[in-house]
Design a protein around this ligand. Structure first.
Ligand SMILES: Cc1cc2nc3c(=O)[nH]c(=O)nc-3n(C[C@H](O)[C@H](O)[C@H](O)COP(=O)(O)O)c2cc1C
Length: 396
């Protein structure tokens, strides 16, 4: 929760920055993406991923109803945008600097709710992604996540509704898992692609597979070729077991995928998108992460969790230093902890942030110096005007 006086007005930074071109199907090609990760995909993680080379970043899945019960609050000093739940606690935060690269992932089992939630967040995101892969009961019991894989009518109706309701500058995408049979997977993919999505991510595991099971990347090439033959220019992104920028080259060669998405390797080290990722993350990334997290008012518990997931090769940091580092972190109850402050040094989060802004703004051709104007918005399209889902061709 922000300690600064909130405002509902657009952030000052957003207003000053030059207009940035919206995403197109092409932006989902030749990319290396940060995967959606509940908790681990917090704003500071996404900003560090962007700083170190991620082309696009997916936020953690947020359920449509949670968005609908939230209130959007802008921090007038940092520009941080928080969607706060009933207790005033942020259900997610974002910053205008990440907007051109930020895909909001939604959990939904209802086209109307999905559209309402998407309309609420569309001013802060570049795309809406539908989670069709989460196998956890909290998601599947209400028909969301991986439950959609066996309810393709509902899955496609949500995507169709989102596509119809969102303005063209907001992409609509989906992230699915493989079905046990390749034939069924291809049928599902065909229906999904026909909804008008801009890109498709395939987590190369089936619903019943655990993360420790090797991803079935060998099945992807046929799917990629199938989608290419459909001729809609849709990128297929591989997800599963990629360890970083260098490994992504191998994954693309192996699968023919247009792009690669990384989850756990990025959770361990958000700089893995670089060909020269940071080593000694405790010494390099952690202090920077803490400074940035404090500046952006990131929830302390969430910050601590994300840092506890960092793992890296040790070069200069010996065993005793590692032990002290973990003891200090475990004991700390907040950013103001004295031992933590000693470990971090100066709380120069604003400098960390400015550095990230510099790196992001130095990015290529999507940045255009044209006068800022509000995006054309389909927010007023009544729900009744949204066309029904494409006719079913797959038996669930
Ligand atoms: C901590 C954690 C949280 C996750 N949360 C989400 C999520 O919110 N939405 C989603 O589609 N997948 C989620 N996933 C799955 C990942 O996006 C990804 O599909 C999976 O971990 C396989 O990629 P990997 O082998 O690179 O880890 C999560 C994974 C992890 C480890």
């Amino acid at each position: 929760m922000s300690h600064r006086p909130p405002t509902r007005s657009p952030s000052p930074r957003a207003a000053k920055r030059s207009r940035i071109d919206h995403l197109t199907k092409e932006d989902f090609k030749n990319g290396l993406f940060l995967a959606p990760m509940v908790r681990s995909g917090a704003l500071p993680t996404r900003l560090f991923a962007l700083k170190h080379g991620a082309s696009l970043v997916w936020g953690p899945e947020i359920v449509d109803k949670a968005v609908l019960h939230s209130e959007r609050v802008v921090d007038p000093v940092t520009g941080l945008v928080s969607y706060n739940g009933k207790q005033g606690r942020a259900i997610f935060t974002t910053h205008p600097i990440e907007k051109p690269y930020y895909i909001f992932q939604m959990g939904s089992a209802d086209p109307d709710l999905a559209v309402q939630a998407a309309r609420m967040v569309q001013q802060d995101v570049s795309g809406i992604d539908l989670n069709c892969g989460c196998p956890k009961p909290f998601s599947t019991h209400s028909g969301m996540g991986a439950a959609l894989l066996t309810n393709p009518d509902l899955l496609c109706s949500i995507l169709t509704a989102l596509r119809a309701a969102m303005p063209p500058e907001i992409t609509v995408t989906a992230k699915i898992r493989l079905l046990p049979s390749q034939e069924d997977t291809l049928k599902l993919v065909e229906r999904i692609v026909n909804t008008g999505i801009s890109a498709l991510t395939i987590h190369c595991r089936t619903r019943n597979m655990r993360d420790r099971d090797a991803a079935l990347v060998g099945r992807l090439r046929e799917i990629v070729e199938f989608v290419e033959k459909m001729g809609k220019g849709i990128a297929v992104t591989e997800n599963g077991d990629c360890t970083g920028a260098e490994d992504a080259i191998r994954v693309r060669e192996l699968t023919g995928a247009h792009s690669v998405m990384i989850a756990r390797a990025a959770e361990s080290n958000p700089s893995c998108f670089s060909m020269n990722p940071l080593v000694d993350v405790e010494q390099t990334l952690t202090p920077a992460y803490l400074r940035l997290a404090k500046y952006l008012d990131n929830n302390w518990g969430l910050t601590k969790f994300c840092i506890s997931q960092f793992k890296g090769r040790h070069v200069a940091f010996d065993k005793a230093q590692q032990k002290t580092y973990h003891q200090v972190l475990n004991a700390a109850k907040g950013f103001d902890d004295a031992a933590l402050s000693e470990m971090v040094g100066e709380w120069t989060g604003e400098e960390e942030f400015k550095e990230i802004v510099k790196v992001i703004e130095a990015r290529g051709p999507r940045v255009r110096a044209v006068a800022a104007e509000p995006p054309k918005c389909a927010a007023e399209v009544p729900l009744k005007d949204i066309p029904p889902a494409a006719a079913p061709i797959l038996v669930a």
